[in-house]
Design a protein around this ligand. Structure first.
Ligand SMILES: *Cc1c(COP(=O)(O)O)cnc(C)c1O
Length: 320
């Protein structure tokens, strides 16, 4: 059984996170517009609390906990940004958080998760199943598992970013959304269904991991191996069930960009807009910048999903 999520669910999430999450800025760049030959509006979730949109979904999910759930705490598995989002949201709610992270997660993300007070348990993403570990530990400890994307409250929380973008940027023809497990894309699709019925919603994933594209075309969730890409926030092997239910209903297309195109886009943001954007955060913008999807002459919304990248890694990628 999958729930049929609606725009009204995103509205309720927006009310729950108001005052806790930042209403992030929407920026434009004449240089980017000239290169893309379009009118582009960037929703800057790289300056959201903890550095990514994931705060929205995590906070929304924890805000709905009962007293009994709060007493036992929250548990999750994540390669990075969702870990930080859960750790920070748990701290704000005054509850315990346990986070299962891959051994090779970016150091910055591990460190921030610990600093927010999360208990970190490591696993090997190539040989161990994090969903199994998560379910077992949650049961042993009585904690509530909030997965990074396949959860209605997470999806609706993530959808508030696109809701704000539609409210601030005015009518849009196309919305480009980074895609990993599909929390942000499904939430954005719900926001579009309520606020911008004519806007095309397009997911953008790394070329090395086009499981979302395959899934949309096949009409069923396709599983792949762990993709080899610099977009560490999109190294997922399949999109979620709740996510796919929304995505197949309202998403128009899923396209892919290469790691080289992501690096070009990171450089653009740093040089021209003075912004640090992590590789995964560049997925949507890269599709517009490199003409991967038709944007000429259009009003285009781009979700910049996050900015958490180790500075040394950033320098290495942009060749500084
Ligand atoms: C998690 C994440 C994504 C992918 O989001 P999903 O909801 O898993 O599709 C994209 N960008 C960043 C920065 C992320 O942290």
């Amino acid at each position: 059984m999958t729930t049929s999520l609606q725009y009204s669910d995103v509205e309720q999430a927006a009310a729950r996170i108001e005052g806790a999450a930042h209403r992030t800025p929407v920026l434009t760049s004449t240089t980017f517009d000239a290169r893309a030959n379009a009118n582009v509006f960037f929703k800057c979730e790289n300056v959201q609390r903890m550095g990514a949109f994931k705060f929205r979904g995590a906070y929304n999910a924890i805000a709905r906990f009962t007293d009994a759930q709060r007493a036992a705490g929250v548990l999750t598995f994540s390669s990075g940004n969702h870990a930080q989002a859960i750790a920070l949201s748990a701290r704000l709610a005054g509850i315990r958080a346990t986070i299962i992270m891959p051994k090779d997660a970016p150091a910055l993300k591990v460190q921030a998760t610990k600093e927010y007070g999360g208990e970190v348990i490591f696993y090997d993403r190539y040989t161990e199943n994090r969903e199994e570990i998560g379910r077992r530990l949650a049961e042993e400890r009585g904690m509530t598992l909030i997965p990074p994307y396949d959860h209605p409250d997470v999806i609706c929380g993530q959808g508030t970013a696109a809701k704000e973008l539609f409210e601030n940027a005015g009518p849009l023809d196309v919305l480009l959304v980074p895609l990993g497990g599909g929390g942000l894309l499904a939430g954005s699709a719900l926001a579009a269904s309520g606020l911008a019925p004519d806007c095309k919603v397009i997911g953008v994933e790394p070329e090395a991991g086009n499981d979302g594209q395959q899934s949309l075309r096949k009409g069923e969730i396709v599983h792949i191996g762990v993709p080899d890409t610099i977009a560490d926030g999109a190294m997922v092997t399949h999109i979620g069930t709740h996510n796919f239910e929304v995505i197949r209903r309202r998403v128009d297309d899923i396209v892919t960009v290469s790691d080289a195109q992501l690096v070009e886009t990171m450089k653009f943001f740093a040089e021209r807009m003075k912004m640090v954007v992590e590789p995964t955060g560049c997925l949507g913008a890269a599709a517009a910048l490199h003409g991967v999807t038709q944007v000429a002459g259009k009003r285009v919304g781009v979700l910049i999903s996050g900015g958490n990248v180790d500075l040394s890694r950033f320098a290495q990628l942009v060749g500084a």
